[in-house]
Ligand binder design. Structure first.
Ligand code: NAD
Ligand code: MN
Length: 337
């Protein structure tokens, strides 16, 4: 059997529940396709601090460096103070510049927006997430927005390469360059330059506030959304609603050296520890991970089982109108493998 060493960060809130469900499904599928997983398990955030005195233990950094691939649950970030986001810190540390988020309808789920199939490429290392903030005086706060030619060009290149490889036809760069003439102006300038190397892909630019309206009116006009860090964060949650919400949409943080796979959603403290969370988003993130490590057969098997469970519609979690818990749902997926 093929054994894959993978760094595992269960996270907190609903993290441990959706991670346990996902791992059980991967192991059950792996038994059928001849692969196994050697999970290297680490805490991060407040839990890690309580145990080790570090928010991101050195051993976790080392593990990701060695394994080059991680599966991550959500980690709670304190609001208005406290420690810097673990997610942002890991993305910057490993230069995971491309946040890839496919938004695709699952069969059987009722939605006002059937058959959605769009992809978001979110720049993942700069913008206002650079964390450069100062109090100029007690009454004036300043956060710096950093946009670079390098950062903008490489995320644009990721999106166009993906379009070419997967036969996608259209890329919209989303921006606010009418107001942020320099930073967003540089971003779209770089996107446009990259677009010229890809004559087979249609390139367009939309302003972000209009994009929100356009998405709600007619999301089908978008194929690939290419955007900066903050707009990408917000548009991802918006787009998740087309396909049933945050419980569904997966993501990958991709860099040249390594990759961290995680859902779009956060730690959902409102439902944590109650066997209510939908593990689909993390499971589909794990499916992306399986493709990344050349386990396409295992990935396809899991995706097919997941779609079978949704199509049957009998064992769904509450967020998508069902009555089942996290565990019962994951058992149904395992039974469908
Ligand atoms: P959230 O994504 O955690 O939750 C938003 C809403 O969606 C809640 O009602 C929640 O119950 C629901 N939801 C989310 N995931 C779900 C799932 N799998 N199944 C069913 N329902 C689900 O967003 P929030 O409440 O704004 O943030 C909570 C915490 O998560 C914050 O500390 C935030 O910083 C953190 N966060 C972490 C990450 C990450 O680790 N990558 C991402 C986003 C937010
Ligand atoms: Mn987010």
């Amino acid at each position: 059997t093929r054994t894959h060493k993978i760094t595992l960060i269960p996270g907190d809130g609903i993290g441990p529940e959706v991670t346990a469900a996902t791992i059980n499904i991967l192991e059950a599928a792996g038994k059928q396709t001849g692969c196994s997983f050697d999970w290297h398990n680490y805490d991060a955030g407040a839990d890690a601090y309580a145990k080790t005195g570090e928010y991101i233990p050195k051993a976790l950094y080392k593990s990701i460096e060695q394994n080059r691939v991680a599966l991550k649950g959500p980690v709670t970030t304190p609001i208005g103070g406290g420690f810097s986001s673990i997610n942002v810190t890991l993305r910057k540390k490993f230069d995971l510049y491309a946040n890839f988020r496919p938004v695709k309808s699952l069969p059987g789920l009722k939605s006002n927006y059937p058959d959605i199939d769009l992809v978001i490429f979110r720049e993942n290392t700069e913008d206002l997430y650079a964390g450069l903030e100062v109090m100029i005086n007690p009454d004036i706060a300043q956060s710096m927005k950093i946009i670079t030619r390098k950062g903008s060009t490489r995320i644009a290149k990721s999106a166009f390469d993906y379009a070419k490889k997967h036969g996608r036809k259209k890329i919209h760069a989303i921006h606010k360059a009418n107001i942020m003439k320099l930073s967003d102006g540089l971003f779209i300038k770089c996107c446009k330059e990259v677009s010229e190397e890809f004559p087979d892909v249609t390139y367009a630019e939309h302003i972000v506030d209009n994009t929100c309206m356009q998405l709600v009116l007619n999301p089908y006009q978008y194929d690939i959304i290419l955007t900066e860090n903050l707009y990408g964060d917000i548009l991802s949650d918006l787009c998740s609603a087309f396909v049933g919400g945050l419980g569904l949409v997966p993501g990958a943080n991709l860099g040249a050296e390594c990759a961290i796979f995680e859902a779009v959603h956060g730690s959902a403290p409102d439902i944590a520890g109650q066997d209510k969370a939908n593990p689909t988003a993390l499971l589909q993130s794990a499916v992306l991970m399986l493709h990344h490590i050349d386990e396409a057969a295992t990935a396809d098997k899991i995706q097919a089982a997941l779609e079978k469970v949704y199509a049957a519609g009998k064992t769904l979690t509450r967020d998508v109108g069902g009555k089942s818990g996290t565990r019962a749902f994951s058992e149904a997926v395992i039974a469908a493998l």
